[in-house]
Design a protein around this ligand. Structure first.
Ligand SMILES: *[C@@H]1O[C@H](CO)[C@@H](O)[C@H](O)[C@H]1NC(C)=O
Ligand SMILES: *[C@@H]1O[C@H](CO)[C@@H](O)[C@H](O)[C@H]1NC(C)=O
Ligand SMILES: *[C@@H]1O[C@H](CO)[C@@H](O)[C@H](O)[C@H]1NC(C)=O
Ligand SMILES: *[C@@H]1O[C@H](CO)[C@@H](O)[C@H](O)[C@H]1NC(C)=O
Length: 222
């Protein structure tokens, strides 16, 4: 019974991803209900946005255990649309040859996989889950769950001059601080952290989250 419930909840996640009509990038699990990111009663998850920060992921996923820094090859970090919670554009990963997204690899109790899907708005087709290979030290790769915005940006943030960055590509100041704090906590390369600091934000400050996540003193100047 326990196992059946798990498979059902995983299958439901897969179905809602499929309903967006973009199921192609999952690593061939459509006829195999066991997701490759599952390991026993745990699954691996790669956070590249606010969930790089331990305090933040533990708000909704208290069972998350940090494995360490990870690299998603052939994708780039970008931002698009708007979330009310953070008052700015949320992060996404976009396929992009020879670019990398750095982030944090976590191990989470499988029982809470549907909670994470809920947090990422999978049923509302805000994000869709993928199973992608994450490189991490020492010289390993692990398939992890990675969420990508359904509504992807069509241009490359890195090619935009800061002052030409449209509003729907700008994270809030609070969200950017959360990413920078999480990236430093994870020990990501300083040139990546400096690039995060250079990203144009929309100036919005969400006091409740700054207090909750202790973001007031995060230095975002380059
Ligand atoms: C996913 O969508 C495709 C194409 O619409 C369909 O053929 C397939 O049966 C769907 N798979 C699942 C698991 O719903
Ligand atoms: C990616 O890197 C490889 C090896 O350096 C190079 O041959 C290739 O042209 C690059 N592709 C793009 C799209 O930059
Ligand atoms: C994780 O799953 C358990 C069992 O369903 C549930 O009691 C708990 O509230 C979940 N945790 C979170 C943070 O949702
Ligand atoms: C990394 O792992 C691969 C495959 O196991 C091995 O061939 C390679 O030598 C390793 N590289 C280092 C630097 O340990």
């Amino acid at each position: 019974m326990f196992v059946t419930l798990l498979i059902l909840s995983v299958f439901t996640g897969n179905l809602s991803a499929n309903q967006s009509g973009q199921s192609g990038e999952r690593d061939g699990n459509s006829d195999n209900m066991v997701l490759p990111e599952i390991n026993g009663d745990k699954f691996y998850y790669f956070g590249y946005g606010s969930n790089m920060l331990t305090m933040r992921i533990h708000l909704q996923n208290p069972t998350a255990i940090k494995i360490g820094p990870g690299v998603l090859n052939d994708y780039r970090l970008d931002f698009h649309t708007y979330t009310k919670r953070w008052e700015g554009a949320p992060a996404t990963v976009v396929p992009h040859q020879n670019r990398t997204v750095l982030g944090t690899l976590w191990e989470i109790d499988l029982i809470n996989l549907s909670n994470l899907d809920k947090q990422e708005g999978v049923a509302q087709e805000i994000y869709r889950p993928l199973s992608l290979s994450i490189a991490h030290p020492p010289n390993r790769t692990t398939v992890a769950r990675v969420y990508m915005l359904v509504n992807q940006p069509s241009t490359d943030l890195k090619l935009l001059q800061p002052d030409d960055t449209p509003f729907n590509r700008q994270p809030s100041k609070t969200y950017l601080k959360c990413l920078i704090k999480g990236a430093i906590e994870t020990g990501l390369a300083s040139d990546y952290v400096n690039w995060l600091k250079s990203i144009k934000h929309n100036g919005n400050v969400v006091d409740e989250l700054e207090n909750l996540l202790d973001l007031k003193d995060v230095d975002i100047s380059n």
